[in-house]
Design a protein around this ligand. Sequence first.
Ligand SMILES: Nc1ncnc2c1ncn2[C@@H]1O[C@H](COP(=O)(O)OP(=O)(O)OP(=O)(O)O)[C@@H](O)[C@H]1O
Length: 299
Amino acid sequence: MTANTLAVDRVSKRYGDVVALDDLSFEVHPGEIFGFVGSNGAGKTTTMRIALGVLSADSGEVRLGDRPIDLDVRRTIGYMPEERGLYPKMKVGTQLSYLAELHGLSRTEARTAVEHWTERLGISERLGDTVDSLSLGNQQRVQLAAALVHDPAVLVLDEPFSGLDPVAVDVMSAVLIEKAATGVPVIFSSHQLDLVQRLCHRVGIIARGRMRAVGTVDELRGTGRQQLLVHAPGAPTGWADGLAGVRTLGHSDGRTRLELDAETDDQQVLAAALKTGPVHEFSLHRPSLTELFREVVAA
Ligand SMILES: Nc1ncnc2c1ncn2[C@@H]1O[C@H](COP(=O)(O)OP(=O)(O)OP(=O)(O)O)[C@@H](O)[C@H]1O
C-alpha cells in the first residue's frame, strides 16, 4: 500500500438497533477521485465521519497509509461535512485564517492560503462578509475553501456539489481534479450520478451499510447484464422470444431492445435477427451509472 492510501478496513457501526455500516471495506488511492454513492441513509456520512475520526467505529478501522486516524492524521484531512460547519457570524476571511492556523499554518502562510483559495473559488470579494450573509452556494464555496486552506493530504467531502449552480460545479470539479493530480486521495459523496460518472476514477456503491460494487465506471458498466439494440425493420414483434437467455424489453418501429444473460452469445441473436431480413443496427447498450445504481440498490 502506498503511503497515503485511505483504507476503510472492515468497519461496522450501529446506532442502537440500526446497522449503519456492516463490515465495510474499500480504499482510495493517492491521486484518485473516488465517488461514494448510495441511497439516503445508506451509510455514506457515517463512513466519512469515521474516516475523519469524529465518530468511532464499533469494529474495524480507517487508516491513512499505515496510520490509524489519530489527532495528528486528522489535522492532515480536508473535510467538508454534510451539515456544514462554519461559524455563521464570523467573517469569511477571519474564519478561514483561523481554521488554517488551527491546522498548523503560521499567520502569514494562512493569509497566503486564504487569498489563494478564495480567489480560486471566486469568493475573494466576500472576505469581509459574515458567512450568514452569503448565499448557500457561496457558503458552500467557503466550506470547500475551509477544507483546502491547510493543504490537506487527503480530501473527504460529504455532498460537496449539492445545491451548487453549474459554474460552481465546474469550479469545484476543477479543484478536485487539480488536488488529485498532486497525489491527494479524494473521496466525495453525491447523488448526482452523471457528475460522479464524469469525474471519478473509481466509484463505490453502498446500500444498507454494505459496499455492493466498487470499480471504475467502465468496470461497473461491464458487469451489468448487457443490453442490445437491434434495428431490423422487417422483424415482427416477438421475433426474439424463445431465444435462450434473451428477454425482450421493448419493440417499436422495427427497433428492439433486448437484455442478455452474461453467458448468452450475442452472435446467435444477430443470426436470429438476420433471419427476419436486413439488420440496420446491432449495438451494445451499456448501462449508465444511474441505471447500474438502480440495479445494485434494488438487488
Ligand atoms: N446519530 C444517529 N443516530 C441514530 N441513527 C443514525 C444517526 N446517524 C445516522 N443514523 C442512521 O444510520 C444510517 C446511515 O445514515 P447516514 O447518515 O450515514 O447515511 P447517508 O448515506 O449519508 O444518507 P444521506 O444520503 O441521506 O445523507 C441511517 O439509517 C440513519 O438513519
